[in-house]
Design a protein around this ligand. Structure first.
Ligand SMILES: C[S@@+](CC[C@H](N)C(=O)[O-])C[C@H]1O[C@@H](n2cnc3c(N)ncnc32)[C@H](O)[C@@H]1O
Length: 270
């Protein structure tokens, strides 16, 4: 097993079956059963105890990034990390100019993998940009983006990972340096004026219609010809797919869409 394969096992936590235990999510349902469960969760939280749910580890699920590991650094799974590796190897081989951008970073693992690849290949020029609220998904803006109606994930505390935690995660593996750039805040506020120049790899992992369209509207023009555009949620989040399809139609993009796994896709900018 080479170093990058080993790093994938650490990032996805597939080396640790215990990571299949997951933090119980609190639903905001008003039913008595949910109220009771929320009461228990709040009580345990006050006592500083985590409520965890036992689940059997399933290697196939982790390969496909189908579960959220309780610990580890990314939820994208092995296949989507393999895809990032393929993209970066192609970019370096063909000398496609530009930085790598991850919009929607969670604990940072996928972006950590990008930086590890640059380090191992001896690239000292390119930057890695991490754009995230570092506070989870926005509340659906139903009037402006009706497709996001019903996709309210704001009660999912597990999605809100502070920037300092992500920086510490990079630092644990000696991956934090001046070429790792952080863009904290909502995409609509940070992406229009982000100091990003040319992009060789754009990875959109923001789930919602709003998040996906804001990524593409603000950053697609910066992607160099031959650069990769990866959409993490295309086949599993209908609002994300709709945003991508509408964007491509509006801009006459007919570059073929390639499958990565059960949800992710990518295309290469002509
Ligand atoms: C599915 S997670 C990303 C998973 C990550 N790529 C990984 O390697 O595990 C989605 C992330 O997108 C962020 N996000 C979604 N919409 C956003 C928006 N409009 N502005 C800022 N951050 C957003 C959330 O905070 C969350 O960290």
């Amino acid at each position: 097993m080479d170093d990058l394969e080993l790093f994938k096992k650490v990032l996805t936590a597939s080396a640790y079956p215990e990571s299949a235990y997951r933090i119980e999510q609190i639903s905001d349902s008003k039913s008595p059963a949910h109220k009771f469960r929320n009461f228990i969760v709040r009580t345990l939280r006050k006592q500083n105890k985590l409520l965890v749910k036992k689940r059997e580890f399933n290697a196939a699920d982790r390969d496909e990034g189908k579960d959220w590991p309780m610990f580890g650094y990314t939820m994208v799974g092995h296949k989507r990390l393999d895809n990032v590796q393929h993209a970066i190897e192609t970019i370096l081989e063909k000398d496609i100019p530009g930085d790598f951008v991850e919009c929607g970073v969670w604990r940072g693992g996928c972006a950590m993998f990008m930086k590890a690849m640059l380090n191992t290949r001896g690239d000292t020029e390119r930057r890695i940009w991490l754009a995230d609220s570092f506070a989870g998904l926005p509340k659906p803006n139903e009037s402006e983006f009706p497709d996001d109606t019903g996709y309210d994930y704001t009660d999912q505390d597990i999605l809100a990972v502070p920037m300092e935690t992500v920086k510490a995660n990079f630092d644990r593996f000696d991956l934090l340096d001046a070429r790792v750039e952080f863009l904290p805040g909502w995409f609509k506020d940070t992406l229009p004026d982000a100091g990003i120049g040319q992009i060789a790899l754009l990875r959109a992992d923001g789930d919602l219609y709003e998040s996906t369209i804001q990524i593409l509207d603000n950053l697609y023009d910066k992607v160099a010809p031959g650069g990769f555009v990866i959409i993490d949620d295309y086949k599993s989040w209908p609002p994300c797919k709709k945003a991508v399809d509408e964007f491509r139609a509006r801009h006459g993009i007919d570059a073929p869409i390639h499958d990565v796994d059960w949800t992710g896709v990518y295309w290469i900018k002509p």
